[in-house]
Design a binder for this molecule. Structure first.
Ligand code: C5P
Length: 231
């Protein structure tokens, strides 16, 4: 079947005028695709983790693009017009934030911090401030305030969800889309797009294992799926 779009981790296939089929791949990239590899079984984990989290968020009043799981690696979603923003929520310093400000990974932040970057491979997803988002017309003031409020709500819900499963949610990335004037949570929520540390050992249970060549990548993804499905 003809692809609508192929990204680094997913393929989108058109269905009807209103829906898409998303296929989750095992390919992994990091550092703006300078590092490439394969994480066997990742597509299955990311599809099932994302589906479970979208259902959980919907049950708590968050509107998402998710419709249903179609197979181990596929889900059906609503077509949306993706806002060209990556919305990051941080509870503790890690990754690019820890590096940028010279703070130790794991340093707690006084309050959850929302950051935005511009989705652009050629520019390497640069950070963008809310004023620049508005000045460039990437979102309206109302859309941006809804995106921020939803991100903070998702953060609280996901932090609780993972805490009950022995995992500390450090940070995560969301993407949003517009459909008939409504803002919906879109893309995926998976160990590719979150940092999860085991509460007992402090070990990374996410894509940082791939980024930093820590080993045990497949096992960490499988363990996250196991805990997510445990309910
Ligand atoms: O690298 P950085 O610290 O900015 O990442 C913050 C969070 O956003 C991490 O959970 C990371 O996995 C996620 N992220 C992502 N896609 C990107 C950049 C970051 O999912 N392009």
């Amino acid at each position: 079947m003809e692809k609508l779009y192929e990204g680094k981790a997913k393929i989108l296939y058109p269905e009807g005028p209103d829906t898409l089929r998303v296929y989750f791949k095992d390919e992994a990239t990091a550092f703006n695709a300078q590092k490439r590899g394969l994480i066997p079984g990742k597509g299955v984990v990311n599809n099932k983790v994302s589906a479970t989290l979208f259902r959980y968020l919907e049950a708590h009043g968050v509107r998402t693009h998710f419709l249903e799981e179609l197979s181990d690696r596929e889900m059906r979603v609503l077509r949306v017009e993706i806002l060209p923003l990556e919305v990051i929520l941080r509870f503790k310093a890690a990754g690019s934030f820890a590096k940028r400000y010279g703070v130790k990974e794991g340093t707690p932040l006084r309050a959850p911090l929302v950051e935005y970057s511009l989705k652009s491979d050629p520019l390497g997803d640069p950070l963008i401030c809310p004023e620049a988002i508005l000045a460039l017309g990437l979102a309206t003031e109302e859309e941006l305030s809804q995106v921020k409020a939803t991100t903070l709500k998702v953060g609280e819900l996901l932090r609780d969800f993972f805490a009950q499963r022995g995992l500390d949610l450090i940070d995560f990335k969301l993407e949003f889309g517009k459909r008939k004037g409504e803002i919906l949570l879109a893309d995926e929520i998976s160990p590719d797009t979150m940092r999860l540390w085991d509460q007992k050992t402090g070990e990374s249970m996410d894509k940082d294992r791939f980024r930093k060549d820590l080993g045990g990548v497949e096992e960490a993804y499988q363990e996250v799926l196991r805990r997510v499905l445990r309910g």
